[in-house]
Design a protein around this ligand. Structure first.
Ligand SMILES: Nc1nc2c(ncn2[C@@H]2O[C@H](COP(=O)(O)OP(=O)(O)OP(=O)(O)O)[C@@H](O)[C@H]2O)c(=O)[nH]1
Ligand SMILES: [Mg+2]
Length: 445
C-alpha cells in the first residue's frame, strides 16, 4: 500500500532545507501502520538518520531529528538530536533547539533525554500521546497546554546529510539566524525616514559577482532561487545596462525599503568596462534605470545641471570583489577602485567592501555567527582590501552568492542578509553625517 505523508510538500521542503538540503523518505506513519512502538522501530531502525514528526492540534508540528540510527526496542543509546517546530503559514525560520542527548525505546515508550523531555506512549485504542518538557516548549515557542497531547506521528529517513554533529548544529542555528535577519530587514526603516528606499550601488571588476549578489538577496526574500539579473562570464562583461532593482518580500508582498543598483563591471584598460567618470553621475542620481553604458563615451556633465533630491541619489556603495582575485588585482584596477572610492567619500556616501566566492563559508562562521573576517583563510585578503580602500574591517563583508546550486542554502542566506544589513547600517551612518542642507530634498549633492 502506498502511504502518503501528512506533512505537506511545502513543510517537507522547509525541513529538507533546515537539514542542509537533505531529502526525506517516509518510513512509518501511526495512522496507517499500527500505533505500536515495536512496529515503529522495526520500520525505522538501521535506516540511518531519521526525523520524527508529531502532528498536534491547530496545524502545529513538532519534530525531532536523530543523526544516529533509530534505536531498536528495549535499548538505550546516545544520540545527536535537534528539535524543531513548524507552524502553518510561517515561512521565515523554524524555531529549533539543538540537544545532544540519549534515546531510550521500550515497548510502550520512546523517551528522549534529558529525562521526560518526550514520552510517547501507545495506549490501546488511544493512539500516541506526547509530553514535552517546559524547556522544549519554550525554546520551540509553543503555546500548548501542558500534559499529554494526542498526536499522529510520522518518521522519515533523512538522506544526503553530513554525519557530523557540529554541522547539524550549524544548520539548525543558521536557520534561526536567517529568520532573525529577515525579520530585522523587513522591519528596517532608513535613518529618520530621510528616504523611503536606500539605494545601494554595486561596483567592481567584471565577473566579481555584482549581479549574482542582487539575485542572491532577491532569492533570500523570495524563499526560492531568483535569476532576474543575467550572470556569467564574458571578457567584456555581462551587464551592460545600469539597473535599479527593487525587491518584494514574499511574506508580506510589499516592496522592501532598499534598492540594489547593478552597474557594468570595471576593466583594467582605458575605454573598456564601466567608465569611472560615470560614477559621480550615478552617485548623484542622474543615471536612469536601464541606461546603456558606453565605455568609449562617458556621460557628459552638461546634461545634468539641477541637483536631485536625496531620495534619487546613491546612499551606499558596495565595492564587490572576488575574494580569490583580491591579492592579484592589477595596479590599473586598484587605481580605478581608489578613484571611485574618492568620489564616494567626496559625495558623503556610505561604503562597504563585499567579498564574494567565499568557499569555506560554513566553516568560517562560528557558533554565534559572529563576523567572519577573523578567519585565517581570508585574513590576507581582508587586510589587503582594508589597506587598498581604507574600509574598516567591520565593513568588509563576505558572501558566497547563490551561483550554481539548485536550492537555497540557509548558511549562505545568513551571510547574504548579514551583508545587506551592514550595507544599510553604512547608509544610515552616512545619513546621520549629512548636514541639514544635504537632507533637504532639493539640496545640491
Ligand atoms: N561559486 C561562486 N560563484 C559566483 C559567486 N558570485 C558570482 N559567481 C559566478 O561568477 C560569475 C560572474 O558573476 P556575475 O554576477 O555575473 O558577475 P558580475 O560582477 O555581475 O559580472 P559583470 O556583469 O560581467 O560585470 C557567474 O558565473 C556567477 O555564477 C560566488 O559567490 N560563488
Ligand atoms: Mg553583472
Amino acid at each position: 500500500m502506498k502511504v502518503t505523508a501528512r506533512l505537506t510538500w511545502r513543510e517537507e521542503k522547509m525541513l529538507e532545507r533546515l537539514l542542509g538540503n537533505a531529502s526525506l523518505t517516509l518510513l512509518y506513519q501511526s495512522n496507517v501502520h499500527k500505533n505500536c512502538i515495536l512496529e515503529m522501530t522495526q520500520k525505522c531502525c538501521l535506516q540511518g538518520s531519521t526525523v520524527t514528526v508529531f502532528h498536534l492540534k491547530k496545524g502545529v508540528i513538532v519534530g525531532v531529528f536523530m543523526l544516529e540510527d533509530f534505536p531498536t526496542v528495549d535499548s538505550e543509546k546516545p544520540c545527536t538530536c535537534a528539535w524543531f517546530s513548524l507552524k502553518k503559514n510561517n515561512s521565515s525560520g523554524i524555531p529549533a533547539l539543538f540537544l545532544s542527548t540519549r534515546v531510550t525505546v521500550r515497548s510502550t515508550d520512546l523517551i528522549i533525554f534529558p529525562r521526560s523531555v518526550l514520552s510517547l506512549g501507545a495506549r490501546p485504542f488511544r493512539g500516541f500521546t506526547l509530553s514535552l518538557h517546559d524547556t522544549v516548549r519554550k525554546e520551540l515557542e509553543l503555546s500548548l497546554e501542558s500534559g499529554l497531547l494526542s498526536v499522529e506521528c510520522e518518521i522519515f529517513r533523512v538522506d544526503g546529510i553530513k554525519k557530523d554533529p557540529g554541522f547539524i548544529k550549524k544548520m539548525v542555528t543558521a536557520d534561526q539566524h536567517r529568520g532573525k535577519l529577515l525579520s530585522a530587514l523587513r522591519a528596517y526603516k532608513p535613518y529618520k525616514d530621510l528616504v523611503s528606499e536606500v539605494r545601494i550601488l554595486l561596483v567592481g571588476p567584471v565577473g566579481s559577482g555584482k549581479s549574482s549578489f542582487f539575485n542572491s538577496v532577491k532569492s533570500a526574500f523570495q524563499g526560492h532561487l531568483a535569476r532576474q539579473a543575467i550572470m556569467g562570464f564574458a571578457e567584456s562583461g555581462i551587464t551592460k545596462q545600469y539597473r535599479v532593482y527593487s525587491i518584494k518580500d514574499a511574506k508580506s508582498g510589499e516592496t522592501l525599503p532598499f534598492m540594489l543598483c547593478d552597474s557594468m563591471g570595471l576593466k583594467e584598460g582605458e575605454e573598456a568596462g564601466l567608465c569611472i567618470d560615470d560614477v559621480p553621475h550615478i552617485l548623484k542620481g542622474y543615471v536612469p534605470d536601464r541606461y546603456q553604458f558606453n565605455p568609449c563615451e562617458p556621460i557628459k556633465q552638461k546634461h545634468y545641471t539641477a541637483s536631485l533630491p536625496l531620495k534619487d541619489r546613491i546612499h551606499c556603495v558596495a565595492f564587490v570583489l572576488n575574494i580569490n582575485s583580491v591579492n592579484t588585482l592589477s595596479d590599473k584596477m586598484v587605481a580605478k577602485l581608489k578613484k571611485i572610492r574618492k568620489d564616494v567619500v567626496d559625495c558623503g556616501v556610505g561604503h562597504v567592501a563585499l567579498l564574494t566566492n567565499v568557499k569555506d563559508y560554513d566553516e568560517v562562521l562560528d557558533d554565534n555567527f559572529v563576523n567572519m573576517t577573523e578567519t585565517v583563510t581570508s585574513l590576507s585578503q581582508v587586510q589587503n582590501v582594508q589597506n587598498m580602500l581604507n574600509i574598516p574591517i567591520a565593513n568588509i563583508l563576505m558572501v558566497s552568492n547563490h551561483a550554481s546550486e539548485r536550492r537555497l542554502e540557509p548558511v549562505k542566506d545568513v551571510l547574504i542578509l548579514a551583508a545587506l544589513r551592514q550595507m544599510l547600517r553604512a547608509a544610515d551612518d552616512a545619513f546621520e553625517d549629512l548636514s541639514l542642507e544635504d537632507t533637504s530634498t532639493l539640496a545640491p549633492v
